[in-house]
Structures are given as C-alpha cells and as structure tokens.
Design a binder for this molecule. Structure first.
Ligand SMILES: [Ca+2]
Length: 394
C-alpha cells in the first residue's frame, strides 16, 4: 500500500514536471510565434488580446492524435445523418428561418433545404457549434507540430479575423480542430467565403442568429459551382446483370443514356435530365444506387467523404419532403480499415487478380480486380470491397 502511494506520488510529481516543461515550451513557442504573427500583419494589440487567457490544451492534442479511422457502417451513419428527429428539426428550422433562407436563396442561388441540411450535419442546427477557445486550440496544435504548418496557418487567419473585428476573442470558439460556428468554417475558409448577410458590418457565424453562417455556406457552395434546381443525386434501380464497371465517378452519361441501359428511378421512370451523371453503388449490389450530378462534387468541397456527401444530400431531400430511400443499406457492414484494404489488395494480387499496387486505396484497378475475382467465384461482380470478400480471400 505504502509502496503504491509512493509510486502514485512519484508519478504525479513526474506529471507535474512534464506539464511544467510543456507549459514553458508552449510559452517559448508563443514568444517565437509572436514575431511571425507580427510579420503577417497582426498588431501587438490584437495579439495581446487574443493570447490573454491562452493555455495549452492537452485534450486537443489527444484528439488530434487519436482520430479513429471512419469504419462505421453506412447504415448507422445514415440513420444518424437523416434521423427522424433531424429531419423534423430541419423542417422546423426551415420554417423558423424562412425569411433569411429565402433571401439567401435569392442572393446566392442555393435552395433553403440544401443550406439547412449542411447546417444540420455540421452542428445539429447550431446546437453543437463548439465551445473550445479557438486561439488556444489552434496555438496548441500549431505548437504540437504533428500538423503544425496547417494549424499555424489557421491561427494566423484566426488572428486576422479578430483584428478585423468580426468577433471578440471571448466569443471566438469552435471545435478542437478549429471549425467555427453553425456551419463549421475553418479560419481560412471563413476569410475566403464568409459573408455579412445581416448588414451590421460583421460576419458573425458564432451568434445565436444563424443568418450570416447560413449565407456563408450558400456563398461557399455557389463559389464551387452550385446549380440551383439540380439535385445532388437521385436514387435509382439497376437492371439485372448490370455491368458494374460503369459504377465509377469518372463514367458520366446523360440520364437518357442511363435509362436506355435500364437504369430507372425507384418508380421505374427514366431520371429527368438534370445534366450528365455518374452512377454510384456505395455498398455494392447489396444497397442503394444513385445517379450523381455535378452538385454532388460541390458538396464534396465541404467535406470530401462519400458518406458525408450522401448524408447531406439525403437529409436535404428529406427536409424538403421526400421520403426515405427505397433500398436499405446493408446492416452491420462496417467499412474496411486501411490495413484491411491493403490486405485485400495483397490477397487479390497473390490470387492472380492484380490490383496494380498495394496502397490501401480502392480505385478503378482494385475494383476491376475485385470484379474479376467475383466473376471467378460466381458472385455478383459489383467491385465492392467488403469484409465478406476479405474473409473469403483469407
Ligand atoms: Ca452580420
């Protein structure tokens, strides 16, 4: 018992010593950074106010180092992304902020249900804007160094925002990774795209009133080419014997061309001509299929993860009154880890179905190898990398 106490005491002394070393290292870093901030045009007054209460945030470093790979089953992710509560709250928010959203639509040409869906995905309609002091977390992560350059660039941008008077240091909060406000802009995106919609001279994406944040999101989407009236995607059904080599973002055809190959909407009608589209089957033959339009790529500029883009798109459809998807996502099929994707590539290649390299990324070559292997096994050759396929190869 005594010995244990001794160890505990020793450890806490050690921890205190480490914390002290860390805080003096951090203080030295801030002193050095001050010169770089000055060179970037940050006044001493702005700097002093911004750093007045800054301390090292070990939580931010831990979170940055322990980011889990995204392996959640799409079924779970989508159930959260467009849950009944999020859909009904979205409809309620669209009514509550109808005035602002209509004005934003008129100015930027992005429909209210789309902006509302991004808002719902990013902060659950403002409920999770993030309450981490922004300068402290960015300074901590810049000092920590794992992605130091990126975070120092964000820190300088955050200081410029303060200097510009858009927000006070006290109100400048966000996520541990520096995403701010209702629609989670990082500082450099804020500088490039945030707008003052309310006309008070400040681009305030942190306030309870979401108008500036929602307009900023619309401005961002418009900047990357949002086409008003074009859906992000449309759920479709595929004919029996469909050639899945066509299910690739690089293969685009007109909806009429897809229809001639038997690709129809879930009611059996040809998809309307919203422009050229590619076909996506995120979970292979055993799940929903979509024709994706150019607006899909525009949403990808917000967050380039397939699950996120489809989540925003589908939530926007539900908010504007469309029903759930006709097809179900496969239950319990989690996504492969990078190590598993590499193993799949190795095993396919050793089995004589070369993936043209082992990089853990399932691209056109890997999908072609998977389809060839599936054909050899009498499976539906959908080219989908799944745990089941990996298990079969083991
Ligand atoms: Ca404003």
């Amino acid at each position: 018992m005594r010995r244990r106490q001794f160890i505990a005491a020793g450890l806490s002394t050690l921890a205190a010593g480490m914390a002290h070393a860390q805080s003096s290292g951090f203080a030295n870093w801030i002193a050095g950074f001050r010169g770089r901030a000055r060179a970037a045009g940050i006044s001493d007054r702005t700097f002093a106010a911004a750093f007045a209460n800054v301390r090292y945030l070990s939580d931010s470093v831990e979170r940055d180092r322990n980011q889990a790979e995204f392996t959640r089953p799409l079924a779970d992710y989508m159930a959260t992304a467009a849950s009944d509560a999020r859909v009904s709250n979205g409809r309620e928010m669209m009514r509550r902020y109808a005035g602002a959203l209509t004005g934003i639509d008129q100015r930027y040409g992005v429909e209210p249900h789309v902006i509302t869906a991004v808002w719902g995905m990013e902060s659950n309609y403002g409920q999770r804007r993030g309450d981490v002091p922004l300068i402290a977390t960015l300074a901590t992560l810049a000092y920590d160094g794992r992605r130091g350059r990126f975070f120092e660039q964000q820190l300088i941008a955050a200081l410029r925002i303060l200097q510009n008077g858009d927000v006070t240091p006290q109100n400048m909060t966000g996520s541990w990774a520096g995403a701010m406000g209702h629609t989670q802009f990082i500082p450099t995106s804020y500088e490039a795209y945030a707008v003052d919609f309310t006309g008070d001279g400040r681009r305030d994406i942190w306030a309870d009133d979401p108008s500036d944040a929602l307009a900023s999101t619309a401005a961002y989407l418009r900047r990357f080419g949002w086409r008003r009236g074009q859906p992000w995607g449309v759920e479709v059904r595929l004919p029996r014997g469909f050639d899945y080599s066509q299910s690739a973002r690089a293969v685009t055809r007109s909806p009429a061309n897809w229809a001639r190959q038997g690709v129809r909407d879930v009611d059996g009608a040809p998809v309307r001509n919203f422009g050229n589209a590619s076909l996506a089957t995120p979970t292979g033959a055993g799940g929903p299929a979509f024709l994706l339009f150019r607006n899909y790529d525009v949403i990808s500029r917000y967050n380039n993860a397939e699950a996120y883009i489809i989540g925003v798109g589908h939530l926007s459809d539900r908010i504007r009154g469309l029903g759930p998807l006709a097809a179900n996502w496969p239950a319990n099929e989690r996504q492969l880890r990078r190590s598993e994707r590499r193993e799949l590539q190795q095993r396919l290649t050793s089995a004589g179905f070369s993936t043209q390299g082992v990089d853990g990324r399932i691209g056109p070559n890997s999908r072609a190898a998977i389809r060839a292997y599936q054909r050899s096994q009498g499976l539906v050759p959908d080219g989908h990398a799944s745990l089941e396929l990996l298990a079969r190869l083991r």
